[in-house]
Design a protein. Structure first.
Length: 65
């Protein structure tokens, strides 16, 4: 699933709410082999695949599973 998803070249981004953007971005960057595009700042972080697909992680106040 991941290789085909990461090779998608259209406009496609994923946003995942969380309580710690840096931890989640670090996890996904290692899992998917992506680079950080935005370090944790102002309550959110993001990583991008080589094709430009972005995974964004905004911190949400009072986030819970």
């Amino acid at each position: 699933m991941f290789p085909s998803l990461l090779s998608y070249t259209g406009e496609f981004n994923i946003v995942i709410d969380c309580n710690n953007a840096g931890v989640l971005a670090e996890f996904y960057s290692k899992l998917l082999g992506c680079e950080w595009t935005r370090p944790r700042a102002n309550g959110w972080a993001a990583v991008a695949s080589p094709t430009g697909m972005v995974f964004a992680f905004p911190e949400v106040e009072e986030y819970s599973l």
